[in-house]
Design a protein. Structure first.
Length: 416
C-alpha cells in the first residue's frame, strides 16, 4: 500500500482584485445569507482564470482551481511553472499561511516551510533564540532542539553572529539559518520556495545536498519550487507543472521538464551583437539549425581598447534546463597557440567536427579574458537548435562522450 503523507483534494483559491479580503460588506452578507440557507457561495461561480497577461473581465480571479494530487512519504517533488502560475499560492496553502477557498488537505506529519526570507523569525531575537522558537513551533522539546543546535549553527555558517539579533542579518544569512533550522529539526514535510536563490552558489549546493540526504536517508518529503531547472532535475524524482492556477502535468521529473519546456519555447538566436569587448558572435547554420552529427563552426569577433595579453576565449554549452554539458577554452589546446597572442582585436573561429548532441535546443555562454581574469562574460549569447535525425544512436554516457568528442575534434583559429 502507498504511504501517503500529503493529500490535496479539489483545492481552489479565489481573490478579489484590488481589494483586501472579500471586498465589501454587501458581499460578506450575501455569502452569509447563502451559507445559512445551505447554499453554495455565489461568488464561486464567477471569476477569471489566473492569467496575468490578459485583461481582467471580472473582479474575481482564481489563483488556483481544482488542484488534486497525492504525495508519498520520502518523495521529492519539484513544482515548476511561469511566474504567476500559482506555485507560491499553493505552497502558502500547504503551509497553512492562508486557507483555501474550497477543498481540503490531509497531512501525515509536521510541516516546515521556507516561503520568504526570514519566514517565522522574530527580528528582535538572536539567531540562537530563533532556533528554539522555530523548533517549538514544530512541536519539538527544548532537549530535542539542543541536541541539534551545534549541527544547525555549523551548517548555516553563521557562528560569529548566532547571538546577534537577526534583524541585523543580511538576506543571505537569514536564509542560511532559516534553511538549517527547517532541515535539521526533522519535519516530516519540508516546503522550500525560490528563497534558496538568495543564498550564494556554495550554499545552494549544500542545501540541495541536504535535501537529497533527508529524503533518501530520513524518509522525509520535500516540496521544492525553483526556476533553476538544473537544480530541480538533480534533486527531484517527480514534477508538477502549474499553468494559470491549474495542474498541467503531474509525473516523472523528465516528463515534467519536457511539459514545461513546450510552453516556454526559446527563440533561436544564432547571432549575437554586443557593445563591449565581444562585438559579435556568429554560429554558422542552415535555416537556424544544425543537423545531428554535422560540423559546428562559431566565429567570435572582439575589439578592446587595452592590449589583451594571452587571449583566452571559452564557451559553455547548456541544454534547455541550464545543465552544463560542455565547458572548454583555448587554454586546453596548447597546439593552437591562440593563448600566446597579445592582441587588441580580431576574431576566433571554433570548429568542431561532427557535433554529437541530441536533437533539441541548446544555449552557449561566451567568456573572453586574458591570462588572469575574465574581461567579459555573455550568458546565452547564442541559442541554437539541433534537428531530429533517424541516424542518431543511444548514448549511455552522454556527458563523457560529448566531452571526448569536443576534445578530440575541436580546432581554434585566431584571425587578426
Amino acid at each position: 500500500m502507498k504511504d501517503i503523507i500529503l493529500k490535496v483534494e479539489n483545492i481552489s483559491k479565489q481573490y478579489r482584485l484590488g481589494t483586501v479580503g472579500t471586498g465589501s460588506l454587501v458581499h460578506d452578507l450575501n455569502r452569509w445569507w447563502h451559507q445559512i440557507r445551505g447554499k453554495e457561495d455565489p461568488y464561486l461561480k464567477i471569476g477569471d482564470t489566473n492569467d496575468r497577461s490578459t485583461k481582467a473581465e471580472s473582479d474575481y480571479v482564481w489563483a488556483l482551481q481544482d488542484i488534486n494530487f497525492e504525495i508519498e512519504r520520502g518523495e521529492v517533488i519539484g513544482i515548476i511553472g511561469k511566474n504567476g502560475a500559482g506555485k507560491s499560492t499553493l505552497l502558502k496553502i500547504l503551509s497553512r499561511v492562508t486557507a483555501p477557498t474550497t477543498g481540503s488537505i490531509k497531512f501525515g506529519g509536521r510541516v516546515a516551510s521556507l516561503l520568504e526570507v526570514g519566514t517565522g523569525f522574530n527580528g528582535e531575537m538572536t539567531g540562537r533564540e530563533n532556533i528554539y522558537l522555530n523548533g517549538a513551533i514544530l512541536g519539538m522539546t527544548k532537549k530535542e532542539i539542543t541536541s541539534k543546535l551545534d549541527e544547525i549553527i555549523e551548517f548555516s555558517g553563521c557562528q560569529r553572529y548566532i547571538d546577534t539579533p537577526v534583524k541585523r542579518y543580511s538576506s543571505g544569512m537569514y536564509v542560511r539559518l532559516a534553511f538549517a533550522v527547517a532541515a535539521f529539526l526533522e519535519p516530516e514535510i519540508l516546503i522550500v520556495d525560490e528563497v534558496l536563490a538568495v543564498g550564494d552558489a556554495e550554499f545552494q549546493k549544500k542545501a540541495i545536498g541536504k535535501m537529497q540526504d533527508i529524503s533518501k536517508t530520513g524518509g522525509r518529503t520535500v516540496l521544492f519550487v525553483s526556476h533553476n531547472m538544473a537544480a530541480v532535475k538533480s534533486l527531484c524524482t517527480r514534477g508538477i507543472v502549474m499553468e494559470h492556477g491549474k495542474v498541467k502535468f503531474d509525473g516523472g521529473i523528465d516528463g515534467a521538464l519536457d511539459a514545461y519546456q513546450l510552453n516556454n519555447s526559446i527563440e533561436i538566436e544564432t547571432e549575437y551583437i554586443g557593445d563591449n569587448i565581444i562585438k559579435r558572435a556568429l554560429l554558422h547554420t542552415s535555416n537556424n539549425s544544425i543537423k545531428y552529427k554535422s560540423d559546428f563552426k562559431l566565429d567570435v569577433f572582439f575589439e578592446s581598447k587595452n592590449l589583451i595579453k594571452n587571449l583566452v576565449l571559452g564557451l559553455v554549452v547548456k541544454d534547455i534546463n541550464d545543465v552544463e554539458l560542455i565547458g572548454v577554452n583555448n587554454r586546453h589546446y596548447q597546439s593552437d597557440k591562440i593563448n600566446q597572442q597579445d592582441v587588441y582585436k580580431g576574431y576566433v573561429s571554433i570548429f568542431i567536427k561532427e557535433l554529437n548532441l541530441f536533437p533539441g535546443i541548446y544555449k552557449i555562454d561566451l567568456f573572453l579574458g586574458d591570462s588572469t581574469t575574465d574581461l567579459e562574460i555573455v550568458y546565452e549569447a547564442i541559442k541554437f537548435n539541433i534537428l531530429e535525425s533517424f541516424e542518431y544512436e543511444v548514448i549511455n554516457s552522454l556527458n563523457f562522450k560529448i566531452n571526448k568528442v569536443f576534445h578530440e575534434n575541436i580546432n581554434w583559429e585566431y584571425n587578426s
